[in-house]
Design a protein around this ligand. Sequence first.
Ligand SMILES: Cc1cc2nc3c(=O)[nH]c(=O)nc-3n(C[C@H](O)[C@H](O)[C@H](O)COP(=O)(O)O)c2cc1C
Length: 221
Amino acid sequence: MDKPEIQQLLIQNAHRRYATKKYRAGQHIPNDDWQTILEVGRLSPSSFGYEPWKFLLLNNRHDQEAIKPFAWGAANSINGADKLLIILAHKNVTYDSQYVQHLVDDIKHKNYSPTSTVSQKFKKFQEQDLGLKNSHDVFEWAVRQCYIAMANMITAAAALDIDSCPIEGFNYAQLNEYLADHHYMDPKEWGVAVMVSFGYRDQEITPKVRQPLSDIYQELN
Ligand SMILES: Cc1cc2nc3c(=O)[nH]c(=O)nc-3n(C[C@H](O)[C@H](O)[C@H](O)COP(=O)(O)O)c2cc1C
């Protein structure tokens, strides 16, 4: 495939992806496609490479119906999407946390120490450069990473002819409480970042309405 073809495919895929409001219930995503979407999420970039996410697939019909009253933005998805994914963000990604120790020791196979150059650089980065002041700020920073994974997954899904919808339309406190009460997550460690559904559309793709590039792009020479 030559460059212009790749460019055309990328733009076509950006048009092909749209926030699906009506899904065809009962149509299932083949497992190899689903594993591909998950793998794209897993391989997503994250700040410092600390991957502060977890992907929770809410398969159980009972759970889906239970969250519906406080997940208005997910109602269409719950009614027909094949997969409803909750992306959790880690709450304690700081230089001296067990989570970072685990990432550095067990995943990156480097020797963790809270006083290492990398740990101290990460501390300075979070506290001074990003200006994260408290655990809420640290969590919100982790949430930002989760959105990157979600974006990659919905783009990959579109390339596989699978529809999706990002979902922020729900009560965060109530969903967090539901997941904690059902022991689906440890609320000391995790909180909901965003949800996203996947399936097959039962509607036409709506044409994109966007600001012109000239309004949103500026070259500083
Ligand atoms: C972070 C985020 C949260 C969103 N939340 C919802 C939602 O709760 N329910 C919904 O139906 N659509 C939701 N959307 C879809 C947007 O409304 C949609 O992406 C936007 O209008 C642009 O349309 P398009 O995605 O079809 O191009 C969300 C999109 C994003 C990126």
